[in-house]
Ligand binder design. Structure first.
Ligand SMILES: Nc1ncnc2c1ncn2[C@@H]1O[C@H](COP(=O)(O)OP(=O)(O)O)[C@@H](O)[C@H]1O
Ligand SMILES: [Mg+2]
Length: 233
């Protein structure tokens, strides 16, 4: 029995303005799968992720993410797509002027949550999920980089996404903290049967936690053979 892929791109061209970054991309990920996206700086990793979360238009080709069609994705449909995804960035992107609790509350309210008790309960659940329950009343600047990234993963989990898109989530972290964040991402992926696509250029992480790996290279996205991967390390 075949399942519907969580990510599907067929003959997709990905542009930044008029510049063709990736061409004729065929890409598929299954529900619950964990995969890496690698490639040199400027090879198109972030651009690909941006198409998947509706920040760049899919100009030609077919595309579907979590059941949402990316072709002719209108501005009004983008919030609907975003609610099905969790997005994690290298620089955490927490709102610096409010507590962790209020950061999370802000996202829930912006995505339509209304009931106070449900909001409070969901915040407590995601904070427990990332082992940050005791940090609820802290301000972002009072937390370490690794802790801030845990909070941003908690934020990504709020709406029970089927997919997390992570753009170099360990890029600002030391090696030890990077491993903790990887363990966290892999655990939540397994526990919630959530697919994760993670852009990274940290080969030591891939070596430690081998998984399917896509590579952006010369305007193409290819599945990287593990052998060639290990040769580069
Ligand atoms: N906002 C932008 N406007 C124009 N070109 C961009 C923009 N962002 C990225 N690019 C170009 O698109 C290409 C791919 O960049 P990017 O997707 O950020 O690669 P990566 O994430 O792999 O480093 C690069 O040539 C980059 O210069
Ligand atoms: Mg990038």
């Amino acid at each position: 029995m075949s399942t519907t892929p969580i990510i599907y791109l067929k003959d997709a061209d990905i542009y930044q303005r008029n510049f063709l970054v990736l061409n004729e991309v065929d890409f598929e990920m299954q529900p619950g799968e964990f995969a890496y996206l690698i490639g040199k700086t400027g090879s198109g990793k972030s651009s690909l992720l941006k198409v998947l979360y509706g920040d760049l238009p899919l100009q030609t080709g077919e595309g579907e993410v979590a059941g949402i069609n990316l072709e002719n994705l209108t501005t009004s449909k983008i919030p609907y797509l975003r609610r099905k995804l969790g997005i994690v960035f290298q620089d955490f992107q927490l709102l610096s002027d409010r507590t962790i609790e209020k950061n999370l509350k802000f996202v829930l309210q912006a995505t339509g949550w209304k009931t106070k008790v449900e909001i409070e309960n969901r915040i407590d659940q995601v904070l427990e999920d990332v082992n940050m329950a005791t940090k609820k009343h802290k301000m972002p600047h009072q937390l370490s980089g690794g802790e801030q990234q845990r909070i941003s993963i908690a934020r990504a989990l709020l709406n029970h996404p089927e997919l997390i898109l992570a753009d170099e989530p360990t890029g600002n972290l030391d090696p030890e903290t990077s491993i903790e964040i990887m363990n966290l991402l892999r655990r939540v992926s397994e526990e919630h049967n959530m697919a994760v696509l993670m852009a990274t250029h940290d080969y030591s992480l891939i070596r430690k936690f081998p998984s399917k790996t896509f590579r952006c290279e010369n305007g193409k996205v290819i599945v990287a053979e593990s052998q060639s991967l290990f040769l580069e390390m």
